[in-house]
Design a protein around this ligand. Sequence first.
Ligand code: TXA
Ligand code: MG
Length: 321
Amino acid sequence: MPVELRDADDAAIAAAGEHLREGRLVAFPTETVYGLGADATNERAVASIFEAKGRPTFNPLIVHVVELAEAKRHVLFTAKAILLAEAFWPGGITLVLPRLPTSPLSLLVSAGLNTAAIRVPAHPIAQKLLKATGRPIAAPSANASGEISPTRAAHVMASLGHAETLAMVLDGGPCVLGLESTVIGFPNAGPTLLRPGAVARGEIEAVIGQALLDADAASGEAGRSSPGQLASHYAPRANIRLNVSAPRDDEIWLGFGSNQKSAAFNLSPSGDLTEAAANLFAMLRAIDDAADGRNIAVAPVPREGLGEAINDRLARAAAPR
Ligand code: TXA
Ligand code: MG
C-alpha cells in the first residue's frame, strides 16, 4: 500500500493513532524535526523503524510521552533530571535515564542498553497523537539512515515514501525549531551533553547550576551510552568544506550573515542562529540538489548558543565517508 499523506486534522490523527496501536508506523511533526513513530511497547513495530530507515546498527531511539508523570513509569529520574524536565518539557530536550524493570517499553528502543531516552514533545499534533494512541511512541527522525533530518512532510515522503511499514505521514507544516532535541545523559560522572540540539548548553547549565560534561570527555560509561553518534549521519551527496570565508570559483557557497551577499544560499542573512537552525536541513538539501557535482563551501558559523549544534551537524555533513 502506498504511504498516505494527510493534513493532520482530528480525523487523520485518530486514524494515525489506530495505525500505531496496530503496529504500523506513522510519521508526524514535532517542534524539532519529523519523527518516524511506532508503538514503543511493541517490539516488532520498533524493529520496523530500523528496517524502514535502513539503519546500519540498532541505535537506541527516543521515546515520546505525553507528560512527565508518564515518563516516570518508564525511567528512574535523578533530582537534576527532574529539574530539567520541569524547566524544558514539553520541548526540545531528551533525557537518558535508567529503565525501570516494570516498564513495558520495548528492549529494542534501548538497543541493548539499560537506559532509555525520553522526551515530552511540545508540538500540538504530537501531543494529540500521543493521546489518541494511548501509548508511548518511539520515534527517530523520519529519514532514511545517513540522510538529513526532515523538517517538512514532503521531506519524509521523499525519503521514506516507499517504506512498506509506513502507513501514514501527518502533515503539520514546517518544524519551528528545525534541529533535533538536545540529548542529556546522567552517568555517575555527572550530567553529560550526549548530543547538542534545539536547547542550548547554556540554558541547561543555568537550570542545573553546573557545567555539562562532554560525551567524549566523560567516563567510558557516557561514551558507551551514545552509540548513535555516527560520524556521517547528516550526509548530503556533495563534498563539503567548512569555515570558508572566500569560496573557490568551482564551489557553491552556503553563507551565514550579512556580508555574504554573493552566497547562493544563506542560513541567515541577519546572522540569527535560531533562523539558521530552522533553515539548516532544508537548505542543505536545496544546496545539495543545486550543487550538481560542485563542492559546497560553508561560511563560518559562530559556536555560541545554537551555533554549537549547527556546527556539530555541519561537521557530520562534511565527515569523510
Ligand atoms: O528531536 C528529536 O530528538 C527527534 C524527534 C523526532 O523527537 N528524534 C531524533 O531521534 O532525533 P534519533 O533516533 O534520530 O536520535 C536519537 C539520539 C541519538 O543520538 C541516540 O544515540 C540518542 O538519542 N539516544 C537514544 N537513546 C539513547 C540511550 N539509551 N543512551 C544514549 N543515547 C541515546
Ligand atoms: Mg536522526
